[in-house]
Design a protein around this ligand. Structure first.
Ligand code: ATP
Length: 447
């Protein structure tokens, strides 16, 4: 399976498409259409569910994208958030020096940059990935600000605020979902790497002695989340970083990796950030960022375990994992075998024909289910065409209203994966679909 098939389906069905297309596009920037918004929202909601609703030791935060520029000095981003890049004097393109073996020469696509005879690469230089902007009407060095390159720092700088109002004590976490911006040198592979993307990050503050134990806990927990939402276990792995790969703040990092069409690649990083960030912000701001335990009189700077995921990258992994092409009754179908909880639309309501009172009854059925689960009403085109459309957007259930429905108020419920059809009473339909959506699920691609 190639990424091209996913890109084509996303465009064809309006999930995700290139941004600013009427102006010729702007490289590696994408817009999400109706089904893409529903799918990515479901991914984020599942993350919130796992982080908040199913626990009591994590609170939510939504910090600003523009923050005081000193935040990024303290975090190390002004000084060190850079990638090595090289320019090619022949084609004028810029490449990430540490990714050359994965990139192609624009003039000789069978070769990597630097390999063709005419290539002339410069020495590697460090390139800061933060987008700079100016706050206020004056463009001078005093007004420079950055679009946040990660959501995590917004959490650290609010540690004191959250401690005051949340009545939590370590171990506890602060979770945030939001846009981040990185001026990536070589974005690409669809929404895998873009310059504007959404992150889902949680900083879990623990007593220093418990750091190692919580690091193990969150690695297991985050792997389980992807599996529970249907990613095939043989396409998922946890890769511990070698000591020479570790960031300056980390005493341990592991990546949850997924087997994308481009090979094993990072989906999410889980890092033991120790007390690096709170100490750095305490030093730069002059504020005490520590925890005082009243009963024991103990005062300490918590250590932090961070699971940091990307909403767009996770959405892409779910799409890739779900994509299937198969033959059904002599006809080829493309289908997204998405976990029902992630599927953009849970049920499509389809009158078999556009006459004999069927559309009227189908509208009644749609009205009855639409508040319970995301539903869609469709009466246009042959039933086969409508099924194919719903298969391609990953709708797990289709309800068909036929002549029998008018006689006995039952409908057929078609299962996207098994293609089994059952008759269900209209009165019981909403409950039945909601029950099936919530049920445990495993990818039918596993057999
Ligand atoms: P990479 O090595 O792929 O550049 P990273 O290790 O720099 O990623 P983190 O800083 O750990 O990434 O960010 C956490 C998560 O945010 C990543 O696992 C990924 O899912 C997502 N992410 C990071 N950069 C991008 C990007 N440019 N486009 C889309 N998602 C991204």
């Amino acid at each position: 399976m190639t990424m091209d098939k996913i890109v084509a389906l996303c465009k064809r069905r309006g999930f995700i498409f290139p941004s600013s297309e009427i102006y010729g596009g702007i490289g590696s920037t994408y817009d999400y259409g109706h089904y893409g918004v529903l799918l990515k929202t479901n991914v984020k909601n599942e993350w919130w569910r796992a982080m908040l609703s199913e626990r009591e030791d994590v609170v939510a935060l939504d910090s600003a994208i523009l923050q005081h520029p000193r935040v990024w000095e303290a975090s190390g981003h002004v000084g060190g958030f850079s990638d090595p890049m090289v320019d090619c004097k022949t084609c004028g393109q810029r490449f990430r020096a540490d990714h050359l073996d994965q990139l192609t020469c624009p003039q000789k696509p069978s070769k990597h940059p630097g390999e063709a005879e005419q290539c002339e690469l410069t020495e590697a230089r460090e390139f800061n990935l933060m987008f700079e902007t100016n706050v206020g009407p004056v463009k001078d060095t005093a007004s420079v600000a950055y679009l946040r390159p990660e959501t995590a720092q917004g959490i650290f700088i609010n540690f004191k605020n959250v401690l005051q109002f949340s009545r939590k004590k370590p171990p506890f976490g602060i979770a945030q979902v939001g846009k981040s911006f990185r001026n990536e040198i070589t974005p690409g592979n669809f929404v895998f790497r873009t310059r504007e993307f959404e992150q889902m990050e949680m900083e879990f503050f623990v007593p220093p002695a418990e750091g190692a134990q919580w690091y193990e806990y969150w690695k297991a927990e985050r792997g389980r989340w992807y599996e529970e939402l249907g990613l095939r276990p043989d396409h998922l792995q946890l890769r511990e970083h070698d000591p020479d790969e570790l960031s300056h703040y980390s005493s341990g990092t592991a990546d949850v990796e997924y087997l994308f069409p481009i090979g094993w690649s990072e989906l999410e990083g889980i890092a033991n950030r120790t007390d690096f960030d709170l100490k750095a912000h305490a030093e730069h701001s002059g504020e005490k960022l520590e925890y005082f335990d009243q009963p024991t009189g103990e005062r300490y700077v918590p250590h932090v375990i961070e699971p940091a995921a990307g909403a767009d990258r996770a959405t892409l992994a779910f799409l890739v994992d779900a994509y299937d092409e198969e033959e059904v009754e002599g006809e080829q179908r493309t289908v997204l075998k998405l976990h029902p909880r992630l599927a953009p639309v849970k049920v499509a309501v389809l009158p078999l024909v556009r006459k004999d009172g069927q559309p009227e009854l189908a509208r009644e059925v749609f009205e009855a289910v639409k508040g319970r689960v995301q539903a869609e009403y469709d009466e246009g085109g042959s039933i086969g065409k409508r099924y194919r459309r719903q298969d391609e957007i990953g709708t797990p259930f289709c309800v068909t209203i036929d002549h029998q429905s008018l006689e006995d108020r039952t409908v057929t419920l078609r299962d996207r994966d098994s293609l089994a059809q059952e008759r269900v009473a209209i009165g019981a339909l909403a409950d039945e679909v909601a029950k099936r959506v919530a049920a445990p699920w495993r990818s039918p691609k596993l057999g």
